[in-house]
Design a protein. Structure first.
Length: 327
């Protein structure tokens, strides 16, 4: 049945509220499983805080990917963007720039990369997979060129404190500043997606670009803005990654895009567009971290972790197909 503009708009408004209790239930089951198998180490509060800290780079990047995938696109270049941002930050610090200017440089690099992706998709009408596959390689090459194919050491200044666990006497902080920044960005993104006109346009474009145009939505503009936001958040993730590594590494974050896409899909996002939630994505990112950490605590090798993660992704995509078919 063909959507009318009115029914289509109403349905688009409802989609951001899709339930995320499925990913939450899976997260609780996995946590309980590893808590039973390795209670002495996995249940520790320090381990839980460490897992949350380890999730922040994937989580922040996945927030941007959620917007992109709801809009109907995909971005394979986010790992390269994160690596390029760390290199740009390190080069800025080496050149005598302040930590604040270096931070702004890293975020700007991400936003510019997102603008390039959006222009390729909306301007040249390239499919998102092909466009971002190309920029994934180009941006990785640019990062290696700027770094002369080696890691760049730089004095991080206060940037290092963004991902440092707070001292015991600072009990009110509990988590690194970077984690709180990531949570704040996720809350803002969720509000924009669910409550703003732009958020409704993102969902409408992902549900049906043709019908969105009939409703008066500038699909090209929405596409470009979504990719810019995705790139900007990848730039923020690059800042947090630099804070963790304290070096600019052009080979960093290889394969990050797969974890990010997996987090979105596990969290209820659809590869077909028009569906997803920020809360579900964050739960999906945490689930991947819990699996990796839990397998390490019980002594399982990395290849087992990769098999489990792959199986979860396949099941999530299969459930998405069933949900789409029944809908």
């Amino acid at each position: 049945m063909t959507d009318t503009p009115s029914s289509f708009t109403a349905r688009a408004r409802a989609l951001p509220g899709e339930p995320w209790f499925g990913p939450l239930a899976a997260l609780l089951v996995v946590y309980a499983l590893f808590a039973v198998v390795a209670p002495d180490t996995f249940l520790g509060s320090l381990n839980l805080l460490s897992m949350v800290r380890a999730t922040v780079v994937v989580g922040v990047t996945a927030v941007g990917m959620t917007l992109i995938m709801i809009q109907g696109g995909i971005d394979l270049s986010v790992g390269s963007v994160v690596a390029l941002a760390t290199v740009a930050i390190a080069r800025s610090l080496q050149a005598g720039q302040s930590p604040m200017m270096a931070l702004a440089t890293g975020i700007a690099v991400g936003a510019i990369a997102g603008l390039a992706n959006g222009a390729l998709v909306a301007g040249l009408r390239l499919t998102p997979f092909i466009a971002t596959l190309g920029t994934m390689s180009a941006l990785r090459g640019l990062a290696k060129g700027l770094a002369r194919e080696q890691k760049i050491d730089a004095e991080p200044g206060w940037l290092e404190e963004l991902m440092t666990m707070p001292p015991p006497e600072r009990t009110y902080q509990l988590l690194p500043i970077g984690v709180w920044v990531g949570l704040l960005l996720a809350i803002v993104a969720a509000f924009v997606l669910a409550r703003s006109r732009f958020g409704r346009h993102v969902v409408a474009t992902g549900s049906s670009p043709a019908t969105a145009r009939l409703c008066g939505i500038d699909v090209g503009r929405v596409t470009i803005l979504v990719y810019v936001l995705g790139g900007l958040l990848a730039g923020v993730a690059g800042v947090l990654e630099f804070s963790t590594l304290t070096v600019g590494d052009p080979t960093d974050s290889v394969g990050l895009e797969l974890k990010v896409i997996a987090a979105v899909v596990i969290g209820g996002g659809s590869l077909s567009g028009g569906q997803g939630s920020i809360a579900g994505t964050l739960l999906g990112a945490l689930l991947l971290t819990f699996i990796d950490t839990g397998c390490t605590h019980v002594g399982l090798p990395n290849w087992v972790q990769e098999i489990l993660t792959g199986a979860i992704i396949v099941v999530a995509v299969w459930l998405d197909r069933l949900r789409r078919r029944d809908g």
